[in-house]
Design a protein around this ligand. Sequence first.
Ligand SMILES: [Zn+2]
Length: 272
Amino acid sequence: MRVFRVITHIFIVLLLTITTQVGGLAYMIYLWLRRYITTLDWKRKVFNFGLFIVLYSLLSFVVLPFLASSFYNRKALPITHSVLQPLRMYTYMMNRHYVDGDLYDVLIHSAAQMQKEFPETKTYYLDGCFPLGAKFPLLPHWSHNDGRKIDLAFYYTDPITKEDKNGSPSWLGYGVCELPKIGEENMPEYCINKGYFQYSLLEKLVPQYKKNDYSFDTKRTKRFIQILTNSGKIKKIFIEPHLKKRMKLTSSKIRFHGCHAVRHDDHIHVQI
Ligand SMILES: [Zn+2]
């Protein structure tokens, strides 16, 4: 029984470390402190949970920002900024929203420019990087390990009114794709035929029921990518070739990411 308990604790520590970077440490401190809790049974359960949340929050929102900026020049992207926001809460709750200081500045500036040109426009970020470590991968993205990469959501319009629409058809931020039309280059099909089953896996896992409520906004998405590529700091952008052609984008910074990655017709990958 004791062995089983120890294995469970190790599993929880590993899982929380892989998914949030500091959750495992918060859990270990919690295990150490909880022996001092002597309240009644049901109160103890509530208190235990509260204690873990307090420890995790302290590490995430007080300690990590300090360490990230001191040792890695990384900053947490804003949570409530008027031009740039996380699409989903899990991104910042799990410390997945840290980027290099240079990338931070480019993103704020580019999102502000978008709102200037298209009033009411909010730009949404998805996964960035973890705050600490030079090679600590933000799974499932192996390359998001150094603060120099960020994923951003597309812009959308309302299919009925044709007006600009904030938000996204995906609850995860990923997996709802702007598919190749007939006659367009179809790399997803090519990669799957080559045996790269992971390429379109998310599209199969993420519910598609909101897809018809949003239309891909070619105009704003194109303009945003142009603003990004005009920045000297931005080195590479990944989107599917059929979208690059459809939006008539010509910058050599916009590349195809290869079949070993996942499809990029559901988000934009940007790196410095
Ligand atoms: Zn990415």
